[in-house]
Design a protein around this ligand. Structure first.
Ligand code: XMP
Length: 311
């Protein structure tokens, strides 16, 4: 680790570096390594796309700032939601989220004077996947940004300190730098966030409902000591209403699906047999506390063929 820091120090000298933080393990460890090497020459940008978990933007920002990182939070929620209005196709939603992210990031990176480098938390499996699928990460960015040429930050030199590491090695590097288990043990979370867990079109109200449901599920997993035994967990808001009864009233409200999987790399996954009393309590909590939801189901499908995300 010390030799990596020394190498980065020598490579970057007194140059400025910009990095997009996602709150995930990879970009966090990359940021800490670079921070060790070049301190405040590292400028981190954390964009709120409005599709993060409940309170995640504020909590993650506070956590990073508390650790001395030079990080700017940009709340672009309204811009993302506006761009997504009325769109229900999963791939189109991904493209819109990717495009708006690039626009927001580019605007922010341009505010930093004399920046020379773009840092990325790319890890080895990302390199393999993107080479075989799309011809490299820049191809993905380019396909998102097909009007008006390349964004300015794409003209920067690229530094990827984790490029040769697998996920467990990234976690080990983070641990050796004294990063908290809370950051290092975080479940993977997709870039498009809740945008691909709200099936169909996205509205602010649907985001609010799903954030509440997700928070009850994830906090419950933590309280019951189950979180660290699971690769990834989350909730999906389904595009169906179903009938329920509440006192003498008939309701016609939303259904949510909970999913928790075990995996080593996300390529294959098995559903987790969560304790029934946990599922029972979580379901009751969700239905009692989240207005607009009257039914909870648990996903018992493994991958393949059922992908981890529903979209
Ligand atoms: P699937 O749903 O393909 O997911 O079984 C495998 C892993 O990839 C994550 N995932 C994404 N991550 N952008 C991302 O950054 C995406 O569009 C995306 N789609 C899926 C998923 O959360 C799981 O960890």
């Amino acid at each position: 680790m010390d030799s990596t820091v020394a190498h980065l120090k020598e490579k970057l000298g007194s140059d400025k570096v910009v990095l997009g933080l996602s709150g995930g393990v990879d970009s966090s460890v990359a940021a800490f390594l670079l921070h060790k090497a070049i301190g405040s020459q590292l400028h981190c940008i954390f964009v709120n796309n409005g599709l993060l978990r409940k309170n995640e933007f504020e909590q993650v920002l506070e956590q990073y700032q508390g650790l001395g990182l030079n990080v700017k939070g940009v709340d672009a929620s309204a811009r993302f939601l506006k761009a997504l209005e009325g769109e229900s196709d999963p791939e189109k939603k991904r493209k819109i989220i990717g495009r708006v992210f690039i626009e927001v990031f580019d605007d922010e990176a341009n505010l930093i004077e004399d920046v020379n480098w773009l840092a990325q938390g790319t890890i080895y499996p990302d390199v393999i996947e993107s080479v075989s699928a799309t011809g490299g990460p820049s191809a993905t960015i380019k396909s998102h940004h097909n009007v008006g040429g390349l964004p300015d930050f794409m003209k920067l030199k690229v530094v990827e300190p984790l490029k040769l590491l697998f996920k467990d090695e990234v976690r080990r590097v983070g641990k050796s730098m004294g990063m908290s288990p809370e950051i290092l043990g975080r479940h993977p979370f997709p870039g498009p966030g809740l945008g691909i867990r709200i099936l169909g079109d996205i509205t602010a109200e649907k985001v609010r409902i799903l954030q509440e449901v997700d928070a009850i599920f994830i906090n419950g997993l933590k309280e019951w000591g189950l979180y660290d035994k699971i690769w990834q967990a989350g909730a999906m808001l389904l595009p169906v209403n179903s009938v329920g009864v509440m006192g003498d009233e008939r309701t016609y409200e939303k259904c949510v699906a909970l999913r928790a999987v075990e995996s080593t790399d996300g390529m294959t996954a098995d559903w987790v047999d969560l304790p029934h009393d946990f599922l029972q309590k979580t379901s009751n909590d969700i239905i009692n506390k989240v207005k607009g939801v009257n039914r909870v189901v648990y996903d018992i499908s493994s991958k393949p063929p059922a992908t981890i995300e529903w979209e």
